[in-house]
Ligand binder design. Sequence first.
Ligand code: BDR
Ligand code: CA
Length: 313
Amino acid sequence: MNHHRVIIDTDPGQDDAVAILLALASPKQIDLLGVTAVAGNVPLELTQKNARIICELAGRNDVKVFSGCHEPIERKLVTAEHVHGKTGLDGTDLPYPQMPLQEIHAVDFIIHSLLNNPTKTITICALGPLTNIASAFKKDPRVVARVKNIILMGGAYFEVGNITPAAEFNIFVDPEAAKIVFESGVVLTVIPLDVTHKALTSVKRVEAFRALGTPVGKAVAEWTNFFERFDKEKYGSIGAPLHDPCVIAYLLEPSIFSGRYINVEIETKSALTRGMTVADWWGVTNRKANATFIGNLNDEKFFSLLTEKLATL
Ligand code: BDR
Ligand code: CA
């Protein structure tokens, strides 16, 4: 069984919350070095608080949570309360967190971890805008070559955009950061909307979470119920796409997923298509491949893995 040293960079968000819980439920495979919060779905003061609420829900007050960048590298923050609610974690009531926030900045924690662990031993799971990661790469370029790999939720090709007609939310919020990461040369796996829109909850799947009979099962069922309403209305789908848990599931069971190693570039200039992930899925350019772009998953296996793991918390 592979053992991964992991930093989760995140903007919780109900689906981020489920992803973090999945990681915490997998201690044999994942050594979680820290959770770094970034502004995204909601402002930073909420994402860092939400990250601690989630760790406490799992009884893991020992996890190190760091607060990172409060706005994108060059732009004003765009948030998604219309999807996630005012708190970012609407849907269930959980207590104000008691565990402390770490004193150092998330960007410095990322740099410090990469410099002080053997090279190419750290996987970064990125569940939000890429601001913290790109800022670390900018601040200390030595760390880039020390990253083992990045698995990120972001982008879309066949599904195109969810925040604009052309762009997916995480990339749209900070396209300059995404450009830095996609051009960094780091081994990259991209989990776009093309695949996360196939990881849909259903009444049966949500009830399976609730039937766990634990505080975690109840919270996940209530979060996904809340989160569902938006996508059901927008896409006419049967449930909510569990975007971010796909990142952790990919780390745990890559065989559930399939994709192509292709070139992906980020649009930063056009006002019309800002944040678009221009994915050369059909190989129509000579541009060098820089990312494994995932297109499909076995949704039954994904939900079985998720439910079985959550049952251990
Ligand atoms: C992504 O944006 C957020 O709303 C979700 O948490 C996910 O990371 C999906 O576009
Ligand atoms: Ca997210």
